[in-house]
Design a protein around this ligand. Sequence first.
Ligand SMILES: Cc1cc2nc3c(=O)[nH]c(=O)nc-3n(C[C@H](O)[C@H](O)[C@H](O)COP(=O)(O)O)c2cc1C
Length: 197
Amino acid sequence: MKRALHITSSARGAQSYSRGLSAAIIKKLTDRKEIGMVTERDLTRMPPPFLDEKLIGEFYKPADAISDEGRHLLHYADAIFSEIDAADIIVISTPMHNLGISAPLKAWLDQLVRVGLTYRFNEDGSRTGCFQNKKVYLAIASGGRQAFWPDGHEFIESYVKAVLGAYTGITDVSTYRVEGTAMGMPEIDYGAILQNL
Ligand SMILES: Cc1cc2nc3c(=O)[nH]c(=O)nc-3n(C[C@H](O)[C@H](O)[C@H](O)COP(=O)(O)O)c2cc1C
């Protein structure tokens, strides 16, 4: 059985629809014995630190040049790298906030992406992502509905796919959505949303 990492990023705890959707994905994969062990990372309980000048400096040092202080600063980034490295399937949930991903999820991505670790430069200047054979399920909850937004206003799936593809090598991303949560929703049928999973 495969190993899964479940990343949640809504501040609304048990009320969260994105969390409900990603939990339903985890349950479905578990029920059909596709995944066994699941590592949980709730980005709102232990928020990722924002990048600062010192940490950015450490990101660009070769491993043998990192001091003890640097290792301490890299503690969070190293921990989330190990988690994603160990996972075959990564389930990520996010609320839509101001058309984009949640702030903690953005901070997590900023801690994850590292030259020499999640991607490297080739001799011609192009990039190669370092992860292979990983699958991402992306669960998005939004107050409105995509059908009502102007063309070109999809910034969550497109952004997550672009960052993971360019800077980690993960290109297999399937997206599921709960839409219209601000419009007085009846009980959500997560099973129906996930029927093609
Ligand atoms: C600060 C904030 C910004 C939001 N921005 C948007 C938005 O741009 N578009 C939208 O459709 N809904 C927006 N919403 C509504 C949320 O996407 C909606 O409540 C969704 O259910 C949040 O996910 P959650 O239930 O997992 O917390 C926003 C909500 C908050 C609190």
